[in-house]
Design a binder for this molecule. Sequence first.
Ligand code: HEC
Length: 477
Amino acid sequence: MDGPLRARAWPAQLWGEVRKGGETGKGDGPAEFVLFPKPRDLTSGRFKIRSTPTLPTDQDLFRVITRGIPGTAMPAWELLTEAERWDLVAYVKRLSPVFGERAAGPPLTIPPPPRPTRALLKLGERFYADAGCVECHGPSGRGDGTSAPTLTDDWGHPIVPYDFTIPGRMKAGSTARDIYRTLLIGIGGTPMPSYADSLSEKEMWGLAYYVLSLAKAPPRQAPAETGTVRVRRVAGELPADPGAAVWRRAPRQAVLLRTLWLRPKTIDRIRVAALHNGKEIGFLLEWDDPIADQAALSVEEFRDAVAVQFPLRSPDGAARPEPSYVMGDREAPVNIWHWKADWQLDLARYRGVEDRYPATVVDDGPAGRDDPLFLTARAAGNPMALPRRSAVENLAAAGVETLTSQPSEAQVIRGEGRWADGKWRVVVVRALRTGNSRDAQFEPGQATAAAFAVWDGAQRDRDGQKAVSLWQRLLID
Ligand code: HEC
């Protein structure tokens, strides 16, 4: 593909290395293991979302690339130009021989939607039971029908029938028109069947409006996944205390997140405020999380955490190729600031096994609990075993599975997190410039980028199992 690097680097992480003549697009890229639902094997020639009974049309592929697939890690690629997205359509089609063997055929026609009258809704409600939707999607539409636990897709993965009480997250789109298409065609490779032969046009519209009426809140127009975060200039200090007046006053901006691993409750946005004072730059990161998970002392416990990621610039200040938002790539590494809820508690007092299991007997060394003879990792200078100096870890990455903690002397990020009223508020602050080539450097007046990630310990998030944003433009006043 002759398309731009940024259009290439990211798919490579998910769909396997893109090599001329090599095996490509099989859905076995290095990020595959952190994703559920899994990235599709694009060589298989089987597609879920289409407007024809067989293959997707170019328009279908273009629509999926542009809109993304809600509820999965597949983002909306609105950031790419239209030409770049058509480039990707052509590239995707080249990955599978089926497109050379047969044509997609004309799309089935979707007639103009009728008005959603009460009679039509009643008809939909009746057919919801009569046509068997209820067996998979459940009586209240929560995706908990009697057959639901047994369903698998053609790729051998368990699959859940859509929960109609969630507004706006259908993969093939959530308008009445989109649902009509879904009923006409089905969802390819899944147990969601086509009803083209068994339901009339009117019945399908009735069902479309009925399932939409089951959503708890009307679908909102989703904000764009990429926006601009402005770093406002302020006079005076930038405290790490999220309760400080300067942070309380700072205007927040919502950034959408996408969960990489399907779970019942998603953290779908983070609110960000960004400030600098000519010397330091800081971010307030705020998100809703009903349970504060700060323990992570035993294997079954997971902590809450948040991270900001920045692209590195080359030493002469020129922009490198835009890195993949999935932790950068080899040509374009990233700098990550990672705040962890358990480290925050450790700052007050380093906690250990006895904090979780008070009856534990610890055999102290001759010099007591902190006898270096028995704290071998600490004696060896392992930064993970040293007493914490900050709740924020400064990390470097150049792609999935390359995440590296920076050495002790590079751990220069201040940070503090507080949980109250079902919300985490975390502040991270660092000097605009450091002498470290693995750190992002910031200049007033500069435009760069930032991406965000949130881990929810209560839902067992860890490592790559998290919710992430795409790159946001970062404009520094
Ligand atoms: C045999 C089980 C089964 C039956 C019967 C069934 N569905 Fe589904 N349905 C599914 C599964 C599984 C999915 C999820 C597909 C996916 O996520 O890829 C789904 C997804 C959907 C979606 C969302 C598609 C999207 O874009 O994400 C709609 C709308 C839907 N079904 C409507 C219906 C209606 C209306 C009926 C009855 C006429 C029905 N389904 C019958 C299994 C079923």
